[in-house]
Design a protein around this ligand. Structure first.
Ligand code: SF4
Length: 512
């Protein structure tokens, strides 16, 4: 759909207009100059009153083919923290646009004008200042969020505070992410740093040398800075792609280098691909007291696994789940994806029926997202995926299924290009919530990433003000490719330590 936007008054808001437009149409081409071939013309007029207390956005949509016209008018007070009124302009333009596009297309947007990745973060920020009922009302009135999503957000925020009561007081602790970038083969939808491990042992060894070094250096920094660890998460890739001995050696280095390991609240290993799980590796994980593992079926339909190139069988998932259980793993997560190619309600039902027989302690339900770099997106026409309404039904069915089986939602996030503009939700049986997932998603604590493709997120001290607080968050990504990492890990750790020193108010040497 080609849309010509005409902007009158102050406030450019081109990005906001584009993002709201994208919620309604698969392919949006937005232009800001006159264009006769644009089917929709949307005029956005933004004005302020003389005292600069309120912003008004008027939106007029005209379909040039049918002559249909839709209008909206939205007035919003300018808040104390609305620097240069930008936030009020952005919100009123978003609100007005959503209203006219909703009328024009007949499509309800469950998340209203919220286009960000972390709506729960907004919920927590509101909850710091107001009671729950008021927060819910703000979501409905100011962001046009629908009732099921308001309930989802409020339920998750409350659950998170039960699970981590000190969620907002974890400044002197960090969580650690260890990125191991290898997999047995590459799945079609994957954009993670995941390199085929076959015949690659030379680069695996070189990579592990760097990772051991990073673990030791970071351990030294944490001891010097008097910082302890809340949670540790091994992800990737598939960490269990490396051998049992290689895993054992890494755990050993962690134990020697990291401070106060006995106080770590959770240690997770994303075993992910069932074809990498062996008795030896489970024994190693038990030896080092791994609390939680993931075994990810994604779907229990074999034809789907073949289409997405996962190169393992449904039977293998069931066998490895059983093996892990028998060997005493009592906190297992499973990832499922809704909307995989050629999957509809029948395939989803099969996956849920099979999951009911296993009853893992937690389930992370993703909705397929067409990420730019994946093989699936590059060959989009080769993959048939369900329509928006069916996706919505599948998500609803899954949510109802989880409720019937005793799971509660405890974290969520949204992505760009996610089918049907939906969300990814983590469910768990009560008491089996992943603390790392909550901490990583809510950005209330520094996460230090070590290894390939690991992204550190460093939180600076809070600056309090009358509306709450602001906090600088710096991302620091490690190289994604093992070859680059192997050459540069020493430089990266020096830079990372300098950044951490700055955030923790220490004089930096980067490295001793
Ligand atoms: S198992 Fe996970 S990380 Fe590995 S290729 Fe598949 S989606 Fe990517």
């Amino acid at each position: 759909m080609k849309i010509q936007f005409e902007r009158v008054g102050f406030g450019e808001q081109a990005t906001e207009m584009f993002h709201i437009g994208k919620l309604f149409f698969e392919d949006v081409e937005a232009v800001y100059e006159p264009a006769d071939d644009a089917r929709l013309h949307i005029k956005v007029t933004v004005t302020a009153d003389e005292a600069m207390r309120t912003i008004t956005a008027e939106v007029l949509l005209t379909d040039r083919d049918t002559g249909a016209v839709h209008k909206s008018r939205h007035e919003r007070a300018i808040g104390a923290r609305d620097e240069g009124h930008k936030r009020a302009v952005k919100r009123s333009v978003g609100y007005g646009l959503l209203q006219v596009l909703r009328e024009y297309t007949g499509i309800e947007q469950a998340w209203g004008t919220l286009t960000g990745v972390r709506p729960t973060k907004l919920m927590h920020n509101l909850m710091m200042k107001h009671g729950m009922e008021h927060c819910k009302q703000v979501l409905r009135d100011e962001y046009l969020v629908t009732e099921p999503k308001v309930e989802l957000l409020s339920g998750i925020a409350e659950r998170q505070l039960k699970v981590i009561p000190d969620l907002f007081r974890l400044d002197r602790e960090v969580s650690i992410y260890i990125g191991i970038p290898f997999c047995p083969t590459k799945c079609a939808y994957c954009t993670f740093p995941a390199y085929d491990i076959r015949g690659n042992n030379g680069s695996v060894e070189a990579f592990l040398e760097g990772l051991h070094y990073e673990i030791r250096e970071m351990g030294r920094w944490m001891r010097e800075a008097d910082v302890t660890i809340t949670t540790i998460y091994w992800g990737g890739g598939t960490p269990t792609s490396i051998t049992a001995d290689q895993m054992d050696a890494l755990f050993n280095t962690m134990q020697e280098a990291f401070p106060a390991m006995e106080g770590v609240r959770e240690l997770t290993v994303e075993a992910g691909r069932p074809d990498t799980i062996t008795e030896d590796k489970i024994n190693v994980m038990k030896k080092w007291k791994v609390d939680r593992i993931s075994i990810n079926p994604q779907s229990f339909t074999q034809a789907t696994l073949d289409t997405i190139g996962r190169h393992h069988t449904v039977t293998e998932t069931l066998d490895k789940f059983k093996l892990s259980r028998e060997m005493g793993m009592n906190n297992i997560n499973m990832d499922l994806i809704i909307g995989l190619p050629n999957e509809g309600m029948t395939e989803l039902q099969r996956t849920l029926d099979q999951t009911a027989e296993l009853l893992p302690e937690s389930l992370t339900v993703h909705t397929l997202s067409f990420k730019r770099a994946s093989r699936m997106t590059k060959n989009k026409d080769d993959y048939e995926v369900a329509e928006r309404d069916e996706i919505t039904d599948m998500i609803r069915t899954t949510a109802e299924w989880t409720e019937r089986h005793g799971y509660v939602p405890y974290y969520m996030y949204r992505q760009k290009n996610i089918l049907g503009n939906q969300e990814n939700v983590g469910y768990s049986l009560v008491g089996y919530e992943s603390l790392y997932n909550i901490l990583m998603m809510e950005e209330r604590q520094t996460i230090i990433g070590l290894g390939c493709g690991a992204v550190s997120k460093v939180l600076f001290p809070k600056v309090e003000h009358e509306d709450g607080y602001e906090q600088r968050i710096e991302r620091f990504p490690n190289p994604k490719e093992p070859a680059v990492y192997n050459k540069a890990y020493k430089e990266y750790i020096v830079k990372k330590i300098s950044l951490l020193d700055e955030a923790y108010g220490r004089v930096t040497t980067g490295q001793s």
